[in-house]
Design a protein around this ligand. Structure first.
Ligand code: AMP
Ligand code: MG
Length: 430
């Protein structure tokens, strides 16, 4: 019965209706970015700004000196030189942190000022202390002219009140947050980070800290997926190991959704074997549509995508390398998209030269784990890619690899020396 279903049933037919990676990515466009939330300034790094931020005031709020020296009227210094210095009367000193407004500088007057001090009334520039010479307590010589505005940061020179400081959609970095700090904006509206539930299924699986009995293996995917989620800005929600059993899996998925997961990753059981329940489980969830079962990529063919409202459910292949590749190609773009970024992997892509032949078949896109090495011409040359062959159930080839070499769908393989594109594993937090 089960066998007949395996050979002739709907599941098998569905499975062979493989879609391309591009078609799969188009399905992901059907999801929406999440709402926004407000976070403290220091927690906003790497988050996506949810709206434009306008300057509530001028930055800096007053004109400030950039040097230690004397605040003067520039015009009064014109013509001053080493041989014919101009004499200035020192009318006071601007203490740091004071507004400088209780001192007024007249035409041939100067006020002592420190770096960052507020320009006193009447002054428009600062003569560096190095270009002055004290004559007595109240008099200095100036032997170099300054231009108006010289050695001064003008009020509003960074931002004028009402300027757009940062545009919505921007991924916030340290300088951006510094600008907000300078403007007194300590709460930042950002797009929410998607919660991504991680479920591993397989009766053979035990947690990494357990000692497997004969026939059991430790769960690898929960760890790799957890870290991959964090790396692209999602919030991992570990749900543990679920037995290969329809009811347990359905309950676990329902719990993940109840907990508020925006994305559910169920690794293992995504194929069409006797104990592969993922497809049936997703079909059995209320309001859940299965959008894809099978993608023409290698590794990663038995990938399932389902949608319940704006929640995405992925059935990932259990093989450790396949789960990672499918995550990078599809889950990562969706997590990025839901958190306000574009629907791309965000991985660096580089052009490389094939160090040897890479066989493939037409009709399927291959993502071959590769090591990159310097070419014969050294640094000026493109990197050369060498395959790290290995079954997709092995983790060690991924440990050795630097990235995934893409063999296009219509290609029957790449020759040694041919150019290709490689997705690098070393991500930035984009
Ligand atoms: P499946 O997709 O359930 O047919 O699993 C394919 C292979 O991946 C089997 O050899 C599983 O034992 C293995 N596998 C499934 N899940 C995991 C996991 N979380 N960690 C390590 N290996 C796994
Ligand atoms: Mg299994």
């Amino acid at each position: 019965m089960e066998y007949a279903r395996f050979v002739n049933g709907d599941r098998m037919k569905d499975f062979f209706r493989l879609m391309s990676r591009t078609q799969f990515l188009e399905l992901l466009e059907g999801f929406e970015p999440l709402d926004s939330e407000v976070v403290p300034l220091t927690q906003a790094r790497g988050r996506v700004l949810a709206q434009d931020i306008l300057a509530p005031e001028d930055l800096p709020p007053f004109s400030r000196s950039t040097m230690d020296g004397f605040a003067v009227r520039a015009k009064a210094t014109f013509g001053a030189s080493e041989s014919e210095p101009s004499l200035f009367k020192v009318v006071g000193e601007v203490p740091m942190g004071s507004s400088g407004q209780d001192i007024e500088v007249g035409p041939l007057e100067a006020a002592k000022i420190w770096t960052g001090g507020a320009l006193p009334r009447g002054a428009d520039s600062v003569v560096m202390v190095e270009f002055t010479h004290p004559i007595d307590e109240e008099t200095i010589e100036v032997f170099k002219p300054v231009a108006p505005g010289e050695n001064v940061i003008a009020k509003g020179e960074d931002y004028r009140e009402g300027d757009v400081v940062l545009e919505g959609g921007r991924v916030l970095g340290p300088s951006d947050l510094g600008a907000l700090a300078g403007l007194g904006i300590v709460e930042v509206p950002v797009v929410k980070r998607p919660k991504v539930a991680v479920l591993s299924t397989g009766d053979e699986l035990v947690p990494p800290d357990a000692t497997p009995r004969p026939g059991e293996i430790r769960d690898i995917n929960s760890t790799t997926l957890h870290l991959l989620i964090e790396e692209c800005g999602g919030i991992p929600v570990p749900m543990g190991i679920i037995p290969d059993d329809f009811d347990s899996l359905k309950r676990a998925c329902e719990e993940a959704l109840r907990e508020g997961a925006d994305v559910v990753l169920l690794s293992g059981g995504s194929s069409v074997g006797r104990r592969d329940y993922t497809l049936d489980v997703f079909r059995g969830l209320k309001g859940c549509d299965v959008l894809a079962h099978g993608v023409s990529i290698r590794p990663g063919k038995p990938t399932i995508l389902a949608k319940q409202g704006n929640r995405a459910l992925f059935g990932l292949p259990g093989h450790v390398a396949s789960a990672i590749v499918v995550f990078l190609l599809f889950v990562r773009p969706l997590v990025r998209y839901m958190s306000g970024r574009d629907l791309s992997t965000g991985l660096n892509e580089v052009r490389v030269r094939c160090g040897q032949e890479f066989p493939s078949v037409s009709g399927r896109e291959d993502f071959v784990r590769v090591r990159l090495e310097d070419g014969p011409e050294g640094l000026s040359d493109m990197k050369w890619a060498y395959p790290v062959w290995g079954k997709s159930g092995l983790i060690s080839p991924l440990v050795k690899a630097h990235g995934l070499l893409k063999i296009p769908r219509d290609s029957e393989g790449l020759e040694r020396g041919e150019e290709a594109t490689c997705l690098l594993f070393s991500y930035t937090y984009q």
